[in-house]
Design a protein around this ligand. Sequence first.
Ligand code: SIN
Length: 341
Amino acid sequence: MQESKTRLLILGTGGTIAGRAASRSQGVGYQAGEIGVEMLLDGLPELRSLARGELAMQQLAQVDSKDMSWSVWRGLLQACARALADPRIKGLVITHGTDTLEETAWLLQHVLAVHKPLVLTCAMRPATALLADGPQNLCDAVALAASGGRCGVWVVAASEVHAAQQVQKVHPYRLTALRSFEGGPHAVIEEGAVRWLVPAAESPPAQSLWPKDQAALDYLLSLDDLPWVEVLVSAALARPQALEALIQAGLRGLVLVGTGNATVHQALEPVLQRAREKGLRIRLATRCLEGLPVAQEQPGQAGAEGAELARQPWPQARIALMLELALEDFGRSTDSLHQPA
Ligand code: SIN
């Protein structure tokens, strides 16, 4: 039989969108990642017309995204890479939990050459809720993926479309829990129609930031884990012991979420200085809800002595640092292969 050229692929990974609660009125304390993607789709016959063609689906995982692991991410990267290379697939939709959605979105955008719409969607209420938001979000995500519009990684929720590098979870309960950092949504979805609010030229680039060669992707996918990068927040009464223990345990990278303009409590400075000399990679972010740190040469901003400032919100900055370290390891591994014996 001739395969359709207009197939959409829906990948299920779990989350509240696939969550089950004990009763229809229960909106917290439910079990995320319970209901299969096939069942979610069965309840939505409308998806077929929104998809403007065939729908294929695959259950990749069933996780609460707070427990996201490298093995799930690796499976997701593999499945997305396959689908992006498959000319029969015109777009992808991924169902995902909201809790680490921005991290997965940025990972995919960072690593893959996303030359098709790749849309993550989610929900704040479990699938069993009286007024579940997942079905509408799924319809909107399918509408965006099928629209033939802009390529890249997008996140759809509450009728809004956010770009991977900007999306943030900002509320633990309300349906509009996601926002675009330092800006509004890139588009809205109204009755299945996508209305772009941001000009295409200002949309995120479709090309990956990871090298295009297959060897680099194969190397990444062969890893048992990504390089270890943690997040530490600087605050009043900060003590150095936690950081010392992390460094002792082999930490490779640190996203330091500083006060104000990425300043750091002086109690942390000596240990940071020693760690930097030993090769710990530091990215400085700010705990302010808006804005990115501005370079300065004042005492207190560890960046003044060589730590780089984060150019994204800290969850995305952490993924970027993990990938940067992985890429350096890849470079070293290929260099060693080319060394004369
Ligand atoms: C999760 O992130 O998997 C649970 C919470 C949610 O989806 O809102």
